[in-house]
Design a protein around this ligand. Structure first.
Ligand SMILES: Nc1ncnc2c1ncn2[C@@H]1O[C@H](COP(=O)(O)OP(=O)(O)O)[C@@H](O)[C@H]1O
Ligand SMILES: Cc1ncc(COP(=O)(O)O)c(N)n1
Length: 264
């Protein structure tokens, strides 16, 4: 079984973050491990507080897992500050993690800020160059470039983000009119299309997508096929989103489609 590590933050409501990643790993047929960098006190309505760990906490977890269990691919989620991003980048390099998906989480579905302002430069300088793919949503793509969101300029934004060194950029389409994820690999653009559901229960969609992408890369699929499968897993999770859990945006349900198929 392939081994995929999530380097991310805990969401106490378990809709996003490390908890969403583990559910996605299970859904995608890989063995999931975790390196926690921070804890949020969070529910479907909002984020009350954020407690970051000292950077070495993340590094020691990454080393412990790599030395015994191994890491075929990793994803990063909410990393919160520049020190943590820098320490994680150092560990990815030293441990020789072969495939890396960087989901530059900046703002929660509920509106809370999940990244300190001065951390954007560290992402671009230290972590993006190590990434197989970065997966900003449309708001994050433009925020990383300090630009206003403009749906007609997503391709330009992807091209500019590619210049920071990731092998590919996938701008996810959950908040765009077309709903397609836009993949740019430095040579061509691909529209990763799929069903779009009219649902408010999308808390954790981005986390599920990046964890699924890392899983399919670990399993040996090429980037395009992995991106198509990740789009499908994320959209299925949205389709089965749990409106009855909490009073805000309900959590996605990564295993919903699988449970439906087995009649559970
Ligand atoms: N309403 C939806 N229907 C189907 N797929 C969706 C929907 N919302 C998001 N997705 C998919 O979930 C993944 C995450 O997208 P997005 O919502 O852009 O990220 P984030 O959760 O980080 O804001 C993408 O693959 C996107 O296409
Ligand atoms: C710990 C953690 N990580 C990531 C997200 C983003 O997920 P979403 O945009 O779906 O709120 C979150 N809210 N909390």
């Amino acid at each position: 079984m392939k081994r995929v590590m999530s380097v991310a933050t805990s969401d106490s409501g378990a809709g996003a973050g490390i908890q969403a990643d583990l559910k996605a790993f299970l859904r995608c047929g890989v063995y999931g491990t975790t390196a926690l960098v921070a804890i949020t006190a969070q529910n479907t309505v909002g984020v009350r507080s954020i407690f970051p760990f000292p950077p070495r906490v993340a590094v020691e977890q990454m080393e412990a897992v790599a030395e015994d269990i191994g890491v075929d691919a990793a994803k990063t989620g909410m990393l919160f500050n520049a020190e943590i991003i820098s320490a994680v980048a150092g560990a990815v390099r030293r441990l020789g993690i072969p495939k890396l998906v960087v989901d530059p989480v900046m703002v929660a579905e509920s509106g809370a800020k999940l990244l300190e302002d001065d951390a954007v430069e560290t992402y671009k300088r230290e972590l993006f160059p190590l990434a197989t793919a970065i997966t900003p949503n449309v708001n994050e793509a433009f925020a990383l470039l300090d630009a206003e969101v403009d749906e007609d300029r997503i391709r330009e934004a992807a091209r500019e983000l590619h210049s920071f060194g990731p092998r590919a950029v996938i701008v996810t389409g959950g908040h765009t009119t077309s709903g397609a994820d836009i993949l740019y690999d430095g040579e061509r653009f691909l529209e990763i299309e799929g069903p779009t559901y009219d649902s408010e229960n999308t808390h954790g969609a981005g986390c599920t997508h990046s964890a699924a992408l890392a899983s399919f890369l670990a399993r040996g699929f090429g980037l395009e096929e992995a991106a198509r499968r990740a789009r499908l897993v994320a959209s299925e999770a949205v389709r089965h989103g749990l409106g009855e859990i909490g009073s805000g945006a309900g959590p996605v349900h990564a295993l919903g489609a699988v449970l439906e198929r087995v009649g559970a």
